[in-house]
Design a protein around this ligand. Structure first.
Ligand SMILES: [Zn+2]
Length: 276
């Protein structure tokens, strides 16, 4: 029996019972057998846990990033469409203006022709009729001219706003592109980290005793990817519930497989930040 088992027989550590069961005759009980001591095993497991958390994080990012890129593309398209619509509005007004100018030319031709006929009229009645006709055309022309001026003002205003908007949209599009680039770079980085961590994981998973590895895998699966946790201020960093003071003392030795009485995760002492 190892140190912990001896202590447990005193009945001090009820939490050790499961651990002792693991230890007795198991591969974990290694110190006496000349294998890697449990301390080393815990260190390996702790490293493995950190790698698994990294991998978990990358998995989440791999799931999230394409969605973010899609959103950014949609945002980009909305901005492009908005500016396109503004552009089309100006073009439509320009077209209207050209049509109105065309009408105005026709009207002015009509006036010229009517004025030309002034010399041909024989009677006063005809003369009056022609004058009325010319007057009517002039009124219509004047309305047309006013309308053209109004459209020109509108076009000017829109163009002024448009160039301002165009600059704004260009800035927005550039910002979106930069965000996309950052994400894409992060994705490349993630792939590199993933590859490296998977390689290291492969090595570690072979170094960790198979029973311990199995226990870790089961806990990890049941506890949101976290099977080993550190303890800080007598608190399990997995479930944030306090552990008994005596257990805390044992955890700090890092030479026993101790599990949180609340969440069942393996507890690891990372140091209190003073010594490391
Ligand atoms: Zn816990």
């Amino acid at each position: 029996m190892g140190l912990i088992s001896k202590e447990c027989t005193k009945g001090v550590h009820s939490f050790c019972l499961e651990f002792c069961a693991h230890l007795t005759g198991s591969e974990l009980h290694t110190a006496r057998k000349g294998r890697r001591p449990l301390r080393d095993q815990l260190e390996l497991l702790w490293e493995l846990q950190k790698i698994d958390l990294d991998l978990k994080h990358i998995k989440e990012e791999r799931d999230r990033y394409p969605k973010e890129i899609k959103k950014l593309d949609e945002k980009k398209n909305i901005e492009k469409e908005k500016i396109q619509k503004e552009k089309e509005k100006v073009e439509l007004l320009e077209k209207g203006r050209r049509q109105k100018e065309g009408h105005l030319n026709v009207e002015q031709e009509k006036i010229k022709r009517a004025e030309g006929r002034m010399f041909e009229v024989k009677t006063n009645k005809e003369y009056q009729a022609l004058l009325n006709e010319i007057e009517a055309i002039k009124e219509a022309s004047s309305r047309e001219e006013e309308e053209i001026l109004r459209v020109l003002d509108e076009i000017d205003e829109l163009k002024k706003n448009f160039s301002k908007r165009e600059k704004e949209v260009t800035a927005i599009l550039e910002k979106i592109e930069a965000e996309k680039k950052t994400i894409q770079e992060k994705m490349v980085q993630d792939d590199e980290i993933w590859k490296k961590q998977m390689e290291r994981r492969e090595v570690l998973s072979k170094q960790v005793e198979s029973k311990l590895y199995k226990l870790y895998s089961t806990l990890k699966e049941k506890r949101q990817g976290v099977g080993v946790v550190s303890v800080k201020h007598e608190t399990c960093q997995g479930c944030f519930v306090n552990i008994p003071p005596q257990m805390f003392i044992e955890v700090q030795k890092n030479n026993a497989l101790i599990r949180c009485p609340n969440c069942n995760r393996v507890l690891y002492w990372e140091g209190d930040g003073k010594t490391k």
